[in-house]
Write a protein that binds this ligand. Sequence first.
Ligand code: SF4
Ligand code: SF4
Length: 239
Amino acid sequence: MSQPIVIEKHKSRFKELARAAIPGGGNLDLCLTCSSCVNGCPASGISDMDPRKFLRMVLLGLDEEVVQTPWIWWCSMCQRCKRACPMGVDIGALVFMARQQWSRENTPKGIQKSCDLHLEFGNSTGIHREDWVSLCAELVEETRQQEEDWKDLPAPMDKKGAAYYLNQNAKEPTVEPEEMIPLWKILHEVGIDWTYSSERWDAVNYCMFSGDDRDWETVVRRQAEIVNDLGCKTLINTE
Ligand code: SF4
Ligand code: SF4
């Protein structure tokens, strides 16, 4: 008579940590292995991994593999897997927790550097305050002079009491500043009262991807303080 196959059970510290940290326990044990999460995931197949496989590793107690796979850094935190999942399993939250196990020194340099620049300069590409302010002023002045239809185009900076606060992906002023102008035109055309701020204006928060809750929160709080100081009622996050 054949012998049953015995799968060695591992005690999973990571799974218990996740159950305690994710609201509702993350529904981890409800997975049906249906693969809906895999199909829409932009990181599926990279490093021979996908969200379902990652979840199986967590459930099997393969803690070492879970916190060592470089795949977690390919996850974009887009949450498509959670939306597609019939059981509401929050794999993005698991990935975030796995990132938290990595030391700052081992976090991918691009992500960590962008986060560090944001903490130091208020934006992830390290643009100085004066450069940001003068770039916006020059761009809007050029547009006014060259395009008759837009001779009154505003690009307000630190306008107290503006109804809307607009932030901006730092990549645009860094590599393609002219890409900011169409949005200014749209806002002007529809009569939106808006403003940028001269500090902490970046729309992208790379600290959200580094796995460090405190850095993530610091960036969000600092921008919220600016919005409150200006007295704007609504923040338009362009990312
Ligand atoms: S979509 Fe949900 S239930 Fe289906 S395999 Fe993925 S995690 Fe499991
Ligand atoms: S959150 Fe991560 S794992 Fe889920 S679909 Fe997006 S990239 Fe894939």
